[in-house]
Design a protein around this ligand. Sequence first.
Ligand code: UD1
Length: 427
Amino acid sequence: MDRIIIRGGNRLSGRLPVSGAKNAALTLMPCALLTDEPVTLRNLPRLADVDGFGHLLNQLGASTAIEGTRPEEFGRVMTIRTGRLTSTEAPYDIVRKMRASILVLGPILARAGEARVSLPGGCAIGNRPIDLHLKALEAIGAQIELAAGYVKASAPGGRLSGGRYRFPVVSVGATENVVMAAVTAKGSSIIENAAREPEIVDLCNLLVAMGARIAGIGTETLEIEGVDRLHGATYAVMPDRIEAGSYACAAAITGGTLDLVGVKADDMRATIDALVEAGVVVTEQKDGLRIAGPDRLGPLTLSTAPYPGFATDMQAQFMAMLCMADGASVLTETIFENRYMHVPELARMGADILVQGRTAVVKGVSKLVGAPVMATDLRASMSLIIAGLVADGETSVARVYHLDRGYERLEEKLQAVGADIERVSDG
Ligand code: UD1
């Protein structure tokens, strides 16, 4: 199994290209199930999760063709064509490995009038139920049964009716699923308290490019008028605001200066505000953001919240960064229970963190020390990389497959801006 070895102490400096957003890619790809015409996605990140999603689409009858981007370039162009759905089932083996597979439920149901998708089961960052996905689909006309670990959904008469649903809590995935299902319903749908994440805007923009009729994009109320059919489209995946935020924390903790090329400041205001409050200088540039870390970071009080609040997907990276702040920070995780699994690993590197329920108090220390560490999820793994960049001596991060799910060529990007980092294979 691979490990990443970092020798800390180098200030990061230079230009770092930001890849296409993983979470956008994983909701744009299933849109190709909604039409028999080709959907071409540009700026698709090269990630294990994107490959996995491609395989799932293949199993459903879609062809996926990757066009000629050179190996040294970031991102790829993929054309997905679903002439006919040859299967309406997403099996346990795939869904278990990649939770986002649940996002095929809405599109398969809309296209075929029926779908069978495995329940995702447990997940490292908490319970993560899918009840809201199912309730929202029911509200637009789906009949849902749960049996033998599977969700079986059908549309009476072969086509969803449309309807009205108000989410009791904001869910990114459930909003995506119901939007993808509603765009070809017989009637119109109103989705209230919808998630407003930039990835949802990206999804709606692709669907509109395919012929969907959606009003209120980017607000908490989406009004969708069903259309008879969608056509193909070519669309560029938005830049990854979480990847960019992660590298911003990396620059800040080393006191370095990075130009994050391609990212959009408007997608990550809460992250920028938090960085600025910690003393980081953030400058908007024509092609992205310049991040300049101070000599000593200041502490923060942060609470995660749905967009436009501070993203739960940034919590672990900020926690690592704040380990080196001058004073005590207070972080509160409101979205997922059990999302502090990086804490014991950071503690092994000398961090002083006390967790009580959903709150973590991070007391800044004068130094971190390299150690062998491992993490159980993607962003937690990134927090260990960030800590390793500033730690004395060598940090060895195991379970690199978590990072490969969400960070395109992490060690290459960091090497190019001065980090002493390499991937080693233990065979
Ligand atoms: C997506 C992102 C993930 C991010 C999260 C929150 C993808 C592939 N993943 O995950 O990186 O951390 O948004 O920004 O885009 N909930 C229910 N019932 C449901 C669905 C959700 O109770 O049916 C709860 C969840 O347990 C959680 C909260 O709602 O407490 C938010 O989850 P949700 O927004 O759905 O996250 P995901 O779409 O799974």
